[in-house]
Design a protein around this ligand. Sequence first.
Ligand code: SAM
Length: 270
Amino acid sequence: MSNYVYKNYRIKRRFGQNFLCSTKDITSVVDIINPKINDIMVEIGPGLGALTEVVLNFVNNLTIIEIDHDLINMLYTRYCLKDKIIFINQDVRKVNFFSLCSQNGGRLLRIFGSLPYNMAMSIIFYLSKYINCIFDMHFILQKEVANRLIAVPNSRMYGKLSVMAQYFYNVFVNFDIYPESFRPIPKVCSTLVHFVPSVPLIPVHDVKYLRYLINFVFSRRRKTLWNSLRYFFSREELQKNNIDIFLRAENLYVRDYCILANMIYTRINI
Ligand code: SAM
C-alpha cells in the first residue's frame, strides 16, 4: 500500500489519501452540494482535484486547503491561471476560518471535501469553533462514523460523537459511496454527509464542560446515571432538573446533556 501509485502520484498513507475515481459518484456529490456561482466555496483536502475540477465549473470563488505539499504544487501548476482559486498548503486545523470569511466580506462559507478517515472527526470539531462563519458543509466520511453522527438516544450507535455533532449541527446523510469508487480501495464504505450549523435548544455556557461530561458518562456506559453522576450532583439536584437517575448514558437527549453541562459550569464557576 505504501508504494501505491495512482495517476503518477505516490499516495501518502499518513494523510489518509484515498482518491475518488468514480465519475458517477463525483457528479452525484457535486449535484448534492449544488454550488452556485456566487457561493464562497472551501474545499478541504482536494487531493488530485477530482471534486475541485467539477466544482470549478460552477463557481467564481474557491479556496483549497491541502496539507500535502506535492499535491498543492500539482494543483497550483494546473490551476494557477485561474484567479478564482486561493491555494492554502496547511493542516486545515491551523487555518483561521474567521479570516477566510472576512476576506470575503463576511459572507458565509460553504465547505466540502472527502476527509481523511483518520482525521475526519477532529477536523469537524475544529470547524465547530467557526460555526458562525459557516453556511453548510458536505463531507464524505466513513459510513460507520456517519451512522454514529446521526444516531438517536436509545440506540446502540448513540454516543459521544452523536451528542457533540448534534449540539452544533443538523446532520443529514445523503448517499453511500462504495470502496471501489476510490483508489486505493479502502476497507470501509463511505457516506456523503451534510452538516448545517444549528442553534442549540439549550446553549451551553462553555462547550468544554459538555465535552468533559459526555466523555465521563459514556466511558461508564453500562452504569446508571446515578452511579456516574453522583460525583457531581445530589439525587435531588438531578431530579429537580428532570433527569431520571435510573437511565444510562445512551438514554439522555442532547438537551439533557446541555442542562447537566450548565449545572457543572455553575458549580465550578459561580
Ligand atoms: N478530495 C480528494 C478526492 O476525493 O479524491 C482527496 C480525498 S483524500 C480522502 C483526503 C485528502 O485530504 C488528501 O488529499 C490529503 O492529503 C488531505 N489531508 C489529509 N489531512 C489533511 C489536513 N489535516 N488538512 C488538509 N488536508 C488534509
